[in-house]
Design a binder for this molecule. Structure first.
Ligand SMILES: O=C[C@H](O)COP(=O)(O)O
Length: 240
């Protein structure tokens, strides 16, 4: 079954770029990726959110953050709250990305709190889930991903995005087979009404094949989203 959701293409720029390079990428995307069939979301690092918002605010391109504090406000030096993100123009926020689980030890309860705070601040949470290679080899990946989703409490939210990002595919150039992605997408679709994305080494070379997967609503793209023409090609492949 083909998903009835509007497609969504998210650029996760991670801790890359500077004022000049991100401004020029954002300008390119605002000019090139403004079709009505797919929503494009740009997620720069926090210091560049306002700069990108100035470029996207009068366009269909949306702004997203890469992280949100797990507290609503107050004395949490260095943190950025959901209210602040909404205030500077964000519509989305990425939560539970593998890199945050790995380097900042983010786990279930904290991720659930962040999702709740995001929704309270009118942000759409983009929950990232995915297994390490050992879980795939053991054959326990589906139950692992199901548990990540259940622990996040995202199933209680009406408006949400879940990105399946197998850890072994992030930044490696290795992608699962179409059947492997479809199996996980189907499981998530049976659990939840959220939009379901795939992320992990998405490129102009593989995006056409992956975008044909039934019920897949789009991509969460890392490295390739920093290359304007390649990201444009991925966008076109989503439109079919
Ligand atoms: O958020 C994006 C993912 O971590 C994928 O990154 P990648 O496209 O560089 O593999």
């Amino acid at each position: 079954m083909v998903s009835m959701h509007k497609k969504i293409l998210i650029a996760n720029w991670k801790m890359n770029g500077n004022s000049e390079s991100l401004k020029s990428l954002a300008e390119y995307y605002v000019n090139m990726l403004t079709g009505q069939q797919a929503e494009v979301v740009l997620c720069p690092a926090h210091p560049y959110l306002s700069l990108v918002n100035n470029i996207t605010k009068n366009s269909p391109v949306k702004l997203g953050a890469q992280n949100i504090a797990s507290f609503p406000k107050g004395s949490y030096t260095g943190e950025v709250s959901g209210e602040m993100l909404t205030d500077i123009g964000c519509k989305y926020v990425i939560i539970g990305h593998y890199e945050r689980r790995k380097f900042f030890n983010e786990r279930g309860e904290e991720i659930a709190r962040k999702i709740d705070l995001a929704v309270q601040s009118n942000l759409i949470p983009i929950l990232c889930v995915g297994e390490k290679l050992n879980k795939r080899k053991e054959g326990t990946y589906l139950s692992f991903i199901k548990e990540q989703i259940e622990n996040s409490q995202i199933l209680y939210q009406k408006n949400a995005v879940i990105a399946y990002e197998p850890v072994w595919s992030i930044g490696t150039g290795v992608i699962p087979t179409v059947e492997e992605i479809a199996e996980v997408v189907d499981m998530i679709t049976t659990m939840s009404k959220a939009k379901v994305l795939y992320g992990g080494s998405v490129s102009a070379d593989n995006s056409c094949l992956i975008s044909d997967i039934a019920n897949l609503d789009g991509f969460l793209v890392g490295a390739a989203s920093l290359k304007a023409e390649e990201f444009h090609a991925i966008y076109k492949s989503l439109l079919g």
